[in-house]
Design a protein around this ligand. Structure first.
Ligand code: NDP
Length: 448
């Protein structure tokens, strides 16, 4: 951590005072502020107009009761959240997460990250995030549907295609988005396709949205490696998680000629030296809602490990695609000792600050989540474009758009890092490039 410019230090202290106990939010803010010393020094108007303080305070925070009935007739209560963080660049945009660990601090950290990620895409979207402490694991489709309907019965009044456009995240995939969209349509009596993204292809979804975050992470990795004259083809890759982001990162890495040999879930990790059978993994995770341990049982040379860490598996490229703070400094040291060349965050903030430091000191290429996983939200914005023009694009065309967006995101980060004297530092580059765009938009709009 660097010493902060007085403006940044003051803003950070306010964040600590105003948001006690929200460790992940503090971490996300600090990481951005750590990059901004040279920017604030060069542009005093950001300090004069309290841009940093305003950026750290969400425009609106919503928290509400979500009652629903389980299959036994019992009444259950969850808590719903939506943090509408910043709309300087466009309507609030960001996913909904359903996981028992969700609380206001987690949603704020994700919403804050989202502002900068969305800015980096170059598309007109602001930042927001939401979710619930609801745990869909083991529940029937009927229970998940009733929960989604209850959540939307409150959420609908706060969202809209020009206001706030939620999408999926952990625990929210195509099934949940379908139930949410159905309830929104029913309550409002409007077929407002652009109110949610990640929709099914039959009712306004975009080709490549499902694959976009994982594909985009691999495109970003390819670009980082290319700066050193390296290729992803033939590389040994490991991935954490086995959900939406992980599966499609694995698929694209293999398509580009890499050997993906490991992935995980919260129960453990699997190693398959033959290379992951993605079709089998998808069948188990997406269709059967099974575990990676089930995969190991069906592949002769695969092994399941309930103990230890996926990061101890030797690799040249590591893609953390599960959850925040899942890769710490010990894991980073293990990766470095095993010769890792590049780490790109498919998940949001999966590497702890100390892990990032270890990787940086070892000269490992490091792509922070707000850049490396921006392909998901970028393709959501492409879905909004298609909805607005009542059009639908082909898969190849949409994938080319995504690829170009990731090339541009990479270039924006590299250029800002270079301009501000930190060539090759994608963390600084991502934070600086994205901040300047949002800050300039905020300056133009006056004190709001
Ligand atoms: P999914 O719910 O599809 O998958 C999440 C995966 O991560 C599962 O394999 C899950 O295992 C694992 N996981 C979750 N929590 C933990 C934990 N505490 N410890 C170990 N493993 C865990 O979510 P996504 O793939 O959509 O999201 C993954 C990450 O990517 C998140 O950080 C999300 O914010 C980020 N992201 C997602 C985007 C998207 O488009 N979906 C866009 C940008 C970022 P288990 O099933 O055992 O819980």
């Amino acid at each position: 951590m660097s010493d902060l410019h007085p403006t940044l230090a003051g803003a950070f202290q306010t964040v600590l005072d105003r948001n006690p106990g929200e460790a992940e939010f503090h971490q996300a803010v600090r990481e951005v502020l750590d990059s901004l010393n040279p920017v604030v020094a060069k542009n005093p108007e950001y300090a004069d107009q309290s841009i940093i303080q305003r950026l750290c305070e969400p425009e609106r925070q919503l928290m509400f009761r979500v009652p629903w009935t389980d299959d036994e007739g019992g009444v259950r209560i969850n808590r719903g959240f939506r943090v509408e963080f910043n709309s300087a660049l466009g309507p609030y945009k960001g996913g909904l997460r359903f996981h028992p660990t969700v609380n206001l601090g987690i949603v704020k950290f994700l919403g804050f990250e989202q502002i900068f990620k969305n800015s980096l895409t170059g598309l007109p979207i602001g930042g927001g995030k939401g979710g619930s402490d609801f745990d869909p694991k083991g529940l029937s489709d009927g229970e998940v549907m009733r929960f989604c309907q209850s959540l939307m019965t409150e959420l609908y009044r706060h969202i809209g295609e020009y206001t706030d456009v939620p999408a999926g995240d952990i625990g929210v995939g195509g099934r949940e988005i379908g139930y949410l969209f159905g309830q929104y349509k029913r309550i409002t009596n409007r077929y407002e396709s652009g109110v949610l993204t990640g929709k099914g292809l039959a009712y306004g979804g975009s080709q490549v949205r499902t694959e976009a975050t994982g594909f985009g992470t691999v495109f970003f990795t390819r670009e980082m490696l290319a700066t050193k004259g390296l290729r992803i083809s033939g590389r040994r890759v490991i991935i954490s998680g086995s959900g939406n982001v992980a599966i499609y990162a694995a698929e694209k890495a293999q398509e580009l000629g890499a050997q993906v040999v490991a992935c995980s879930d919260s129960g453990g990790y699997i190693v398959d030296e033959d290379g992951l059978d993605i079709a089998l993994l998808r069948q188990i995770k997406e269709k059967e809602r099974g575990r990676v341990s089930d995969y190991a049982e069906q592949r002769p040379n695969a092994t399941f490990h309930a103990e230890g860490s996926v990061w101890d598996v030797p690799c040249e490229v590591a893609l953390p695609c599960a959850t925040q703070n899942e890769l710490d400094d010990d894991h980073a040291r293990s990766l470095v000792e095993n010769g890792v060349l590049a780490v790109a965050e498919g998940a949001n903030m999966p590497c702890t600050p100390k892990a990032v430091e270890v990787l940086a000191n070892a000269g490992v290429l490091f792509g922070p989540g707000k850049a490396a996983n921006a392909g998901g939200v970028a393709t959501s914005a492409l879905e909004m474009q298609q909805n607005a023009s009542r059009d639908s694009w082909h898969f190849d065309h949409t994938e080319q758009r995504l690829d170009q967006i990731m090339v541009d995101v990479h270039a924006r980060c590299a250029e800002a890092a270079e301009t501000y004297g930190q060539p090759g530092n994608y963390v600084a580059g991502a934070n600086i490039a994205s901040f300047i765009k949002v800050a300039d938009a905020m300056l133009s709009m006056g004190v709001i």
